[in-house]
Design a protein around this ligand. Structure first.
Ligand SMILES: [Fe+2]
Length: 294
C-alpha cells in the first residue's frame, strides 16, 4: 500500500449533474495528476432484459469484447444475429450517451475536444480469456495500443461495474507517471523512424507510429515483463463494487485489473493541447526526461 492514495473517492449519484469534489482540487486537476476519480454510488442501471444479455457466449470467440464505434455506429464482437444484437447495441449506445453527458458536466474544460469515442462491453470474467503476457491486464501497465498509434492524444476512460451478482472488480493502481518513466526510460530501445514507416506502409499500424507511441509500447511491455516491479512496485489495491464508476487517464495511471466480470467502459481521445496542464501528459514527461538524459 502507498502512504498517499491515488484514488479520489466522490460521493455522487447523478449522471446529469456536476459532482462536488471532497478537497480543494478540481476534477480536471486530479485527473491530469494521474489520479483515479472513483464514484462508489454512480450506478448505471440495467433492465431485467439487459441483465439477461450479460452472457460471455454472446461475444464473438475471436474477440475479447463487444465494442461500439459511436461515430460510425459500427458494433463489433457480437456472436448472435437475432434481436439480442440490437438490444446489446442499444445498451452500449446508452452507456456512451450517458457518460458523454456526464463528462460534459465533470470536465467542461474539455468541451468539444474529447473525440474518437469507443464503447466496450466486457462480458468475460477476468482470467478466463486466454492470452499472452503482453495482453495480460492483470499485470500493472499503462495503456498503449500496438495497432492504433495515438501520437499527441491522451486516453480517457470511464469504467462501470455492472455485475448483477455482487462481484467487485479489483484493481491495482501504481505510482505517478514521472516516477514510472524515470524507472524505465533508460532501459528502452531507441525509436527507429524507418520501422514506424514500414509498419504504416504494411498497414500493421493504422497510422504512423510516433516516437511517443514507440516508447509507450516499450514501456507497457517492460512493466508487464518485470516480475519484481509487479510484485514490489509502489501500488495500492482497490475494489470497485457493482454500481460504481471510475475514471482515469489510462495512458498515465499504472493499473491492473485483477478480478471481476461484466463491465462497461467508455474511451475517448483528447489532444494534449486541450489539457489544462499539458506538461503533465506522458508525451511531455517522456520528452522532458529523454531531453534531460542527453
Ligand atoms: Fe489497461
Amino acid at each position: 500500500m502507498t502512504a498517499t492514495t491515488r484514488i479520489v473517492s466522490i460521493d455522487h449519484q447523478d449522471w446529469h449533474a456536476a459532482p462536488a469534489l471532497p478537497g480543494p482540487a478540481s476534477a480536471i486537476a486530479e485527473l491530469e495528476e494521474g489520479k483515479v476519480l472513483y464514484f462508489p454510488h454512480l450506478r448505471f442501471d440495467l433492465s431485467a432484459a439487459e441483465i439477461r444479455l450479460l452472457d460471455p457466449a454472446l461475444v464473438d470467440p475471436k474477440r475479447k469484447n463487444i465494442s461500439l464505434n459511436a461515430t460510425t455506429g459500427k458494433l463489433t464482437g457480437v456472436a448472435v444475429e437475432d434481436q439480442r444484437r440490437d438490444a446489446i447495441g442499444a445498451l452500449v449506445r446508452r452507456y456512451y450517451e450517458t457518460t458523454r453527458g456526464f463528462l460534459e458536466q465533470l470536465l467542461p474544460e474539455y468541451a468539444g475536444r474529447l473525440h474518437a469515442p469507443t464503447t466496450s462491453l466486457r462480458l468475460h470474467r477476468i482470467g478466463t480469456w486466454k492470452m499472452s503476457w503482453r495482453k495480460d491486464d492483470t499485470r500493472l501497465h499503462v495503456d498503449a495500443f500496438p495497432s492504433r498509434p495515438v501520437g499527441d492524444q491522451r486516453i480517457v476512460r470511464v469504467f462501470n461495474n455492472i455485475n448483477p451478482h455482487g462481484d467487485t472488480r479489483r484493481w491495482r493502481v501504481g505510482e505517478s507517471f514521472d516516477t514510472l518513466a524515470a524507472r524505465y526510460l533508460p532501459q528502452l530501445p531507441p525509436y527507429r523512424p524507418g520501422v514506424a514507416w514500414l509498419l504504416d506502409k504494411l498497414h500493421i499500424t493504422k497510422s504512423r507510429r510516433s516516437a511517443y507511441d514507440h516508447f509507450m509500447l516499450q514501456l507497457h511491455d517492460r512493466m508487464k515483463a518485470d516480475a519484481g516491479y509487479q510484485r514490489d512496485g509502489e501500488q495500492e489495491s482497490i475494489e470497485f463494487p457493482p454500481g460504481s464508476t471510475w475514471i482515469c487517464f489510462s495512458d498515465q495511471t499504472p493499473h491492473a485489473a485483477m478480478t471481476g466480470q461484466f463491465m462497461l467502459e467508455q474511451t475517448y481521445l483528447l489532444p494534449v493541447s486541450a489539457m489544462a496542464h499539458p506538461e503533465r501528459s506522458p508525451q511531455r514527461v517522456l520528452a522532458r526526461q529523454a531531453a534531460a538524459a542527453h
